[in-house]
Design a protein around this ligand. Sequence first.
Ligand code: IMP
Ligand code: MG
Length: 191
Amino acid sequence: MDSFAFSLLFPQKNMQKIQLLDKEFEPFIAESEIQAAVSRVANQINVDFAGKSPLFLIVLNGAFMFAADMMKQLTITCELSFVKIASYHGAEQKDLQELIGLNEDLTGREVIIVEDIVDSGNTVHRIFEMLKEKNAAKVYVASMFFKPGAYKYQHPIQYTGLNIANDFIVGYGLDYNGVGRNLNAIYVYKP
Ligand code: IMP
Ligand code: MG
């Protein structure tokens, strides 16, 4: 039985609020809807990169789940690598620092940054600059979730799974203070 049929038969089992640390989260996006979006993104990349061999740059920690599900559906020849960026919230601005960097020579390569969510765009912007320094030929972004209302840069986000409002969500790789990444559906914080 798929999860949609399951939710019709047993709504109470699929519609439960969850508690993570000190906060309660409500069910928001079902696993089946997430997986349909993942397949759409993978299919589009298969079409757009047919005959090419891009490098997927997966942004840790959050993008691990989307990257794994999406890349299993790719039929193109490709490579992957990981980056990890830490953010420090100062009074005025958000500073981003590279924790795991890139060693590959990217000269002439097409790179697809894989993100869990693009919010303000600060993270993806920092990685764009890093890739420019390493002479990547063309840089694309594939993000599972996108908050168009929060994004403050001009770079297009070419591949997005689902657009969401400026809410705080957890699950499918996304965390609240480190927990919730393992959830297979998305939950939203409603204060
Ligand atoms: P940005 O740099 O503002 O685009 O934010 C990117 C990072 O912030 C993401 O990779 C997430 O780690 C985190 N983030 C943004 N929005 C959410 C959310 O709704 N839930 C959990 N983490 C989020
Ligand atoms: Mg993240």
